[in-house]
Write a protein that binds this ligand. Sequence first.
Ligand code: GDD
Ligand code: MN
Length: 405
Amino acid sequence: MLNESLLPVPTGLLQIPEIPKTLEISDNHSLKFSLVLPTYNEAGNIADIVKILSELLDHSMLGEYELIVVDDNSPDQTWKLALELTPDYPQLRVMRRVEEKGLSTAVIRGWQAARGEVLGVIDADLQHPPEVLEQLLQEMEKGADLALASRHVEGGGVSEWSIIRRFLSRGAQMLGLMILPEVIGRLSDPMSGYFMVRRSAIAGKTLSPVGYKILIEVTARGKIRWLAEAGYVFRERQAGESKVTWKQYIEYLQHLVRLRLSLSARFLQFCLVGLSGVVVDMGFLYLLSDENTLGWSLTRSKIIAAELAIINNFIWNDFWTFRDIARLQPGKRQRVKRLIKFNIVCLAGLVLNVLLLNIFFNVFQLNRYLANFLAIVCVTLWNFWINLKLSWRVTEVDNSPMNNE
Ligand code: GDD
Ligand code: MN
């Protein structure tokens, strides 16, 4: 009887649907906000947190939100206690997971079952002050793609953390900055487990977090253009105990490395395409300028060979390296526009290449081949970055679901 009112646990890929699954069957309207509470042995906290959150959210969005408890079959039967609360709280739904475990996947499974346009997560042990939700929701209303409660901005902090825990927390952040600067550098508190994200920013992306740090996964894989933060003080636990052990630090490292590899895949593709361009360039230089073939002048041959290499690289990049982005702007005119931008970036890269070679060789007095190699590395990075930001930039504007009700 009790089990029948449980939310079914989604299976398969950890992917958030564009349109909430339940809406496809019933003609239930979608909600503004779904807040997931991951729980493991929170029997002493669950009733309090549900009460506090409900009072708070009823005040600002009655009938437009839901709370989803995702419990990993806690020995203290948190899921059962939560289920017994549902008659008093119609917006409360409870998921009991038996097969799968772990904080990050609990959050994603909860979001998969969610009906909201904005998806949030908060600890169930009252260590995250619920009032901050209002500020975060305001940031989302303003148009943020992700709003995060941070201990390291104004108004934030930790209450009674030992020097060791503070040190470990900051150390983990520094390590993250070294391995994954483009993601960790955007977050003042990458360890935060208290945030919300627009469904449209992560829908369709396959998430694969290891361990605790779901925020890093979402920021790395989602389309997060506008990121907002609000300060909060991490409170002391009143009941139950923390589940963090040394294992979480290992998993964190594993997670960073996995993300690094998968985010670098595009760059590796770009480098391979670059190599194919060298082959094209060499080949045409031979065909056009060699005495045994056409025997044209070197400059004329080089200009044509270089241009053909650029076109070769553009085609590979458009259909392979950046295919996901190219698919978002498929028109012929847009493709030509990308080709022109790519051409300009490549020519600018050539100028930069010569400049750097001169600096490394003349100013730093490096060996000329080492200098040339370094110049090529720099220009490749520069080319990749500028092309990503300019040539394959998505120019259409997203309609934020919260602003057009
Ligand atoms: N379903 C599920 N499965 N829930 C879990 C699991 C799990 O394996 N492990 C922990 N939780 C739940 C807890 O019941 C609690 O509601 C929340 O996730 C946070 O777990 P804690 O064990 O209380 O974490 P903490 O207080 O040490 O860590 C907090 O601080 C970090 C910042 O340093 C959390 O807020 C983290 O989210 C945060 O990143
Ligand atoms: Mn906690």
